[in-house]
Design a protein around this ligand. Structure first.
Ligand code: HEM
Length: 206
């Protein structure tokens, strides 16, 4: 049974999504300015924006299987918006690191990116996310045709890299990163047929 909503609700839901994504970010920096983030505010902002970006990536990947399973086609309209907010959170996360952790020391930033494997992996995910955000417009989608879908399939690799980045970044408690590893495999299981097709294609070329 298809679940539909009246068309006039869509703009209101969009406003709600904007507010839900923006409010926590504004509140985070407001709390930082008010000195309300506890003993290690730099760690707090890096943690919050990193987890925020990852949660939005996961929600973005959940939309398609949920829309298919419950025939809620309207959900697909929110994919781009959620993906772009994931990018905004990831950008803040990277900028927090650049401004507050390495204090705008570009040489140190580059050293960290190349010398700490978990940051190398995070940076790779971030660069891929830039490419996806920059090509997410309707115009480019039409212009790039099949190549657009091929490029945007890299979102699976982005999420995999972020999950590895998270797992690698923690020093002791691995429960939270392992939860995201599990979530990643569940999201990929929904795409089993697609992944299998790619695998078959790849092996037939070898
Ligand atoms: C798509 C891009 C990225 C996402 C979604 C992401 C996500 C995350 C997540 C979920 C965490 C764990 C949060 C925690 O437990 O504190 C984390 C930690 C961290 N990330 Fe990222 N990250 C990304 C890219 C980057 C980049 C580009 C950098 C730096 C250049 C970076 C630097 C860090 C640092 C310093 C930590 C904290 C590690 C610690 O607790 O010591 N991340 N990231």
């Amino acid at each position: 049974m298809a679940i539909n909503i009246p068309k006039q609700w869509l703009p209101r839901i969009k406003v709600l999504v904007h507010l839900t994504a923006l409010y926590p970010l504004i509140n985070l920096y407001y709390s930082a300015i008010q000195d309300q983030l506890g003993g290690d505010p730099v760690e707090a902002v890096i943690h919050f924006t990193g987890i925020g970006a990852l949660n939005l990536l996961v929600i973005g990947l959940l939309l398609t299987p949920v829309a298919r399973r419950f025939q809620m086609g309207f959900l697909i309209q929110f994919r781009r918006m959620i993906g772009l907010y994931a990018f905004v959170y990831a950008l803040c996360h990277m900028l927090n690191f650049l401004f507050f952790e390495v204090q705008l020391n570009l040489q140190l930033f580059v050293d960290e990116v190349f010398e700490r494997p978990y940051i190398t992996v995070g940076m790779t995910a971030f660069l891929l996310l830039i490419a996806l955000a920059a090509t997410s417009t309707k115009k480019l989608r039409q212009k790039m045709k099949g190549r657009w879908q091929t490029l945007h399939n890299f979102i699976y690799l982005v999420v995999l890299l972020v999950v590895i980045h998270f797992y690698w970044s923690v020093k002791s408690d691995i429960v939270e990163p392992l939860t995201y590893v599990t979530l990643f495999f569940i999201l990929m299981a929904f795409r089993y047929k697609k992944l299998r097709r790619w695998g078959d294609k790849l092996f037939s070329r070898l």
